[in-house]
Design a protein around this ligand. Structure first.
Ligand SMILES: [Zn+2]
Length: 112
């Protein structure tokens, strides 16, 4: 499962920063293009953290909508239904400017 391996790598990043301190909340930015199911991600987060300093912590997922910029007309539009076409003129000469994020933005530790 995609989400399970994601949670494992997120857990590694978080624990590296937290050292031996107990983690309470993890704030995560996930771009729309990552095609992650938020509920599954939260469920997997609980699974991979058993017996670690992240056990019982909350995964706060912030969804970042995908945005594309058109090379033909210059418009910046929200990506709808995964069709890589400009929302203004329909051109497919577009570049993704947002939506590929997958990053831990901050973590909260117990007693800090
Ligand atoms: Zn356009």
């Amino acid at each position: 499962m995609h989400e399970l391996s994601l949670c494992r790598s997120i857990g590694q990043i978080v624990r590296r920063h937290a050292e031996d301190r107990r983690v309470t909340v993890v704030h995560l930015q996930v771009g729309q293009l990552r095609q992650v199911v938020p509920d599954t991600l939260v469920y997997c987060w609980g699974l991979v953290n058993e017996g670690t300093t992240c056990e019982g912590s909350v995964l706060d997922v912030d969804h970042v909508p995908a945005v594309i910029e058109c090379r033909d007309c210059g418009a910046t539009t929200r990506l709808v239904e995964m069709s890589m076409a400009c929302g203004a003129c329909g051109s497919t000469a577009v570049a993704v400017t947002a939506g590929e994020e997958l990053l831990v933005t901050s973590i909260e530790l117990q007693g800090v």
